[in-house]
Design a protein around this ligand. Structure first.
Ligand SMILES: [Zn+2]
Length: 459
């Protein structure tokens, strides 16, 4: 859309999630091209030129688009397996299946993961992909292509594993890459796909998988590679008590100290989970500006524990939300994580003061933009920022009797998405994707899940 063509959205409640949490009970947003031009209380001015569309959004809340900061798209075709396991047992059960994935499977799984999130209000997605079986094709290209076709803003965290069972790690020997192979392929992916411009639709991060599946050299060299290329760093950290024990046994220190010793704390780093953190770990994250992807449903599914999100926020740690892979969060939705983050944290130490509705919304929007390094571009509704926003329908049976729209969105049932815009382009209308055929994706993912199960059963 040309920069001077305007879309006006009005008569809606607006939660901007800006620094002051500015809200309007009834207001307007004007999009010009792929940016937000203006917003405020009341109706938009009548004399705006080049208005191509005027949306009466009565009964809706408009928020920034949701930002997912941790996922594994390929797991869409291994959902519902190993359902009563902790992390390490679950991984050992699934690695042999995951090691058989190929490009058509990964493409279908990426489409399924993206479709589920996009129709639920996600405008910026990420995929931490770390399984690259020998001869499996161009998996990174397939994932990035799927995100581009869906029309969502996207970060590919190019993962890797090189510590297999023979080196004391958890993955089987056939599921890992070599140190040099992983580094070279990661650099190639950054050079081919990373866009550092303001309105980039595709970015790439360097993302060795976890302390128990990656050598110390891959962590250290991966951090150096990311800084040489000027891209962000991502990994899993402090997810379970078993991981903590593993780090103490192998490295003589806890996960956070181990990450610090390998160059993995810094404002260009974000880590998934961070459940088992003591006060000094949280202080180290705050001091260094290291971000966290909080994944409450996955942490519950794998019985990992409750991350100390209120303590992290109080210390100044940037925190976003993550679906995590759908083999440990079968729903694959991020808007339900707003509610789950709030509820699960109230089971922790701070009880009813742990998180409120507005803090939960901030985690899923601005907090996500912070940890992905894109807070100046997206994550809040402000003039000049990218036109990534969602119209939530709050006037139906599910929400109409709740007076406060942000409370309705976070505490209530998953709200229907009437429209979702990414970069000024509408990708969802009345809960259906405009950029993809959901039914075709459902069929393809079922077929690829069955093909993977057959191949894995053959051993
Ligand atoms: Zn994960």
């Amino acid at each position: 859309m040309a920069a001077d063509r305007r879309i006006v959205i009005e008569n809606c409640a607006i939660a901007t999630v800006d620094a002051n949490d500015t809200e309007y009970a009834s207001g307007h947003v004007v999009l010009a091209g792929h940016r937000i031009e203006s917003l405020g209380a009341g109706r938009a001015p009548e004399d705006l030129e080049n208005v191509v569309r005027r949306i009466d959004a009565s009964g809706h809340l408009v928020t920034p688009g949701l930002i997912n900061t941790h996922h594994h798209f390929y797991q869409w075709i291994t959902r519902g397996l190993a359902t009563d396991h902790n992390l390490f047992d679950w991984l050992v059960a699934l690695y042999p299946v995951w090691a058989r994935i190929d490009e058509p499977m990964v493409r279908a799984a990426a489409q399924g993961s993206l479709a589920m999130m996009a129709r639920g209000g996600v405008t910026t997605a990420m995929d931490h992909h770390y399984v690259f079986p020998h001869g499996s094709g161009d998996l990174s290209g397939a994932i990035i292509g799927a995100a581009r076709d869906m029309g969502v803003r996207f970060t590919l965290a190019r993962g890797s594993m090189d510590r297999s069972e023979k080196d004391g790690g958890l993955p089987p020997d056939f599921a890992v890459e070599t140190l040099d192979g992983a580094l070279a392929a990661t650099e190639e992916t950054v050079r081919e796909h990373h866009d550092s411009s303001f309105d980039a639709m595709t970015q790439v991060a360097v993302a060795p998988c976890s302390p128990f599946s990656v050598s110390t050299e891959l962590l250290r060299d991966g951090a150096q590679l990311a800084r040489r290329l000027g891209v962000r760093l991502h990994t899993h950290g402090s997810e379970t008590v078993e991981e903590e024990k593993f780090c103490h046994e192998l490295f003589g220190m806890g996960p956070t100290d181990y990450f610090e010793s390998t160059g993995w704390l810094g404002e260009d780093v974000w880590m998934a989970h961070c459940v088992h953190m003591n006060d000094s770990d949280i202080a180290a994250f705050a001091r260094s500006g290291t971000g966290v992807a909080h994944c409450p449903s996955s942490n519950a599914r794998l019985a990992a524990g409750i991350a100390r999100v209120p303590d992290m926020l109080a210390a100044g740690v940037p925190v976003g939300l993550g679906v995590d892979g759908t083999a440990s969060n079968e729903s694959g939705e991020l808007h339900t994580e707003l509610r789950n983050a709030l509820l699960i944290n109230r089971l922790g130490a701070h009880r009813e003061r742990a998180l409120n509705a507005r803090q939960a919304l901030r985690l899923g929007t601005y907090g996500g933009a912070q940890v992905l390094g894109r807070a100046s571009e997206t994550g809040s509704l402000e003039p000049g920022k990218l036109a990534d926003l969602v119209l939530w329908k709050l006037d139906t049976l599910a929400h109409a009797s709740i007076a406060d729209p942000v409370t309705a969105l976070v505490f209530g049932a998953a709200a229907p998405v009437t429209a979702s815009f990414v970069n000024g382009r509408q990708i969802v209308e009345d809960g259906r994707l405009l950029t993809a055929d959901e039914d075709a994706i459902a069929r393809a993912t079922r077929d690829e899940a069955q093909r993977l199960a057959r191949i894995a059963a053959q051993g």
